[in-house]
Design a protein around this ligand. Structure first.
Ligand SMILES: Nc1ncnc2c1ncn2[C@@H]1O[C@H](COP(=O)(O)OP(=O)(O)OP(=O)(O)O)[C@@H](O)[C@H]1O
Ligand SMILES: [Mg+2]
Length: 230
């Protein structure tokens, strides 16, 4: 394994079939992403950004081709092993925040730590450190639904990076937010990434988000092309 490479995609192909119509969302995609890079995934609505992130996370499986993350071919794992791999190595941030509404802010973060066997005083300390980093320590005991969208997304960022995953996948994380809230979410994401390290893939329609990344990959017609960041 090449330790400088975080993600390798080879011959990645995903086709959806609806009735008698075939729609090739990803058509023989190849890419190699360096460890520690931040990468914007761009493309029109329906171009396959979410499909690509879900394949890399092992949430979905391709028709053909492989996804290698940190030297592990996730496409060769069965569903149980993919889930275990995802829990340990990947942090996911969704457009719709996806916090667990019945758990407090602290317990949403705690859940990810527990899944990675961080408990007790260590977990308490880490939760405080994370919530402080996203400027929400005072809201530790709040339920997510009393927070603003931007605040919820900052909790989701803290949760996604809690276990210091080597890969962070974010699917339009600022898509539901105004500019001010989006800026704060991006800032805390960058702050936590600096602390934990890791490679970031971020699907976005935002020029501002793309400009903050090292590299842009553009999806169009089932292909993924490298673009210079504008
Ligand atoms: N489960 C599914 N069954 C059939 N078609 C699907 C399925 N999931 C996605 N698609 C289709 O695949 C294409 C790519 O969808 P995807 O959600 O990856 O696009 P996207 O780039 O993330 O779009 P957006 O910017 O709107 O989020 C779309 O045409 C979509 O309709
Ligand atoms: Mg999408």
């Amino acid at each position: 394994m090449d330790s400088k490479v975080a993600i390798t995609l080879e011959h990645l192909t995903k086709t959806y079939i609806e009735g008698d119509r075939e729609h090739a969302v990803l058509n023989d995609v190849h890419a190699s992403i360096a460890r520690g890079a931040s990468v914007a995934i761009r493309g029109r609505s329906g171009s396959g950004k979410s499909t690509l992130l879900n394949l890399i996370a092992g949430i979905d499986v391709p028709d053909r081709g492989s996804v290698v993350v940190d030297g592990t071919d996730v496409t060769a794992l069965d569903e149980r092993r993919r889930t275990l791999f995802r829990r340990r190595h990947i942090g996911f941030v969704y457009q719709a925040f996806n916090l667990i509404p019945t758990l407090s802010v602290a317990d949403n973060v705690r859940l990810v730590l527990e899944l990675n066997r961080v408990t007790g005083a260590k977990a308490e300390h880490r939760i405080d450190e994370l919530l402080d980093a996203v400027d929400l320590l005072k809201r530790k005991q709040s339920r997510p639904d009393v927070l603003s969208g931007g605040e919820q997304q900052r909790v989701a960022v803290a949760r996604a990076l809690a276990h210091r995953p080597s890969l962070i996948l974010a699917d339009e994380p600022t898509g539901n937010l105004d500019d001010d809230a989006a800026g704060k979410v991006l800032a805390v994401l960058e702050r936590l990434l600096r602390q934990t390290g890791g490679t970031l893939l971020i699907a976005t329609h935002s020029d501002r988000v793309a400009r903050s990344c090292d590299l842009t990959l553009a999806l169009s017609g089932g292909r993924l092309d490298r673009q210079e960041t504008a």
